[in-house]
Design a protein around this ligand. Sequence first.
Ligand SMILES: O=C(O)CCC(=O)C(=O)O
Length: 392
Amino acid sequence: MVQWNNPCKNIVPSFLRKETKGKGKPTHSGTKGKIMAFVVEPAFIQAPEHRPKPTITEAAGGIPLIDLSPLLHYPIPVDGGAAPPAVSAMVAEVEAACREWGFFQVINHGVPSELLDNIMAAAKGFFALPMEEKRQVKRDKAKLLGYDDTEHTKNVRDWKEVFDFIFQDPAGFAEPGTDEYYAFKNQWPKYPPSFKEACETYATAANELAFKLLELIALTLGLPAKRLNGFFKDQSSFMRLNYYPPCPSPHLALGLNRHKDAGVLTILAQDDVEGLDVKRRSDGEWIRVKPIPNSYVINVGDIVQVWSNDKYESAEHRVCVNSEKARCSVPFFFNPAHYVTVQPLEELIDEKNSPAKYNAYNWGEFFKTRKNSNFKKPGGENIQIYHFKKAE
Ligand SMILES: O=C(O)CCC(=O)C(=O)O
């Protein structure tokens, strides 16, 4: 096991195990119980087949990069009228990206860059606080939003800390008046003082971008632009701040284990430290997503896969860590109301030639089951949309 004698002060103590020499209480001086090294706790260690390879694959050009500037000049055509050529070309790019990758990056997206700078600064300020301060807003089973440092993906612990919040009434998550409804109440830290405002202002702008992307995706499916908007009346979207501390053994652990996003789409901002990998559909290779200043990484989630009856596929992704630099990312998970029934869209189904490939499921139930799987459970299998797939 790789040893690391220089633990970063900001790493959560439970991420590291002290290796000592001699007997007695660990101490930095003397010989008895002397700390020789800090090593990664076994709970973080991935099975050999899931560990990152020492070399990163950089695909020529990587995932598609789409310039959304036509949206700064023209409205999205909502009435079935002809779109300006620049808009039609952009829709065609979105269609190809969703079909070939399930992932793309966007620039000229209309979100003011200072909002992103502010939330990144707020996130970095928060995660740098002493642990006692962060734990003031700790998540648990009764308070589902706030800070956490114990997430598991596929039953292995992730090398990261998170902070979750919502930006609208929890009615999108649960029936008002229930315990679940009250569990979706934001917990805001006292520091940094600008934290809440930076988070809320950014979320409002990201939500606007999410609706534009939703409308573009509807157009790529040959549907009216606003066909999918009704599912978001009481949306259950939420935002997360991810912090990946430097890791002494980046070849053994992952910041975030491989997974697919369960919702409709994700708008992810990453800082300038790379780490996000997408699994390429054609050969299963992990491809690194290079950070581009003031861009967003967009991916379609499982719900779009089901709505489109497999025209689009939600791609697997993961986050690698490194031994030198911390990394921050800010995903916005765009999700419908908890009471929405998810099923292939009827306009895309023809029972004779292209029958529905999925049985209907309830989004709220699916989300609840998935959220519970963030806690380690012996042998518990994570719910996936293939559980709803009809036999061919
Ligand atoms: O940090 C990243 O780049 C990706 C984060 C992610 O996939 C997630 O939070 O679900």
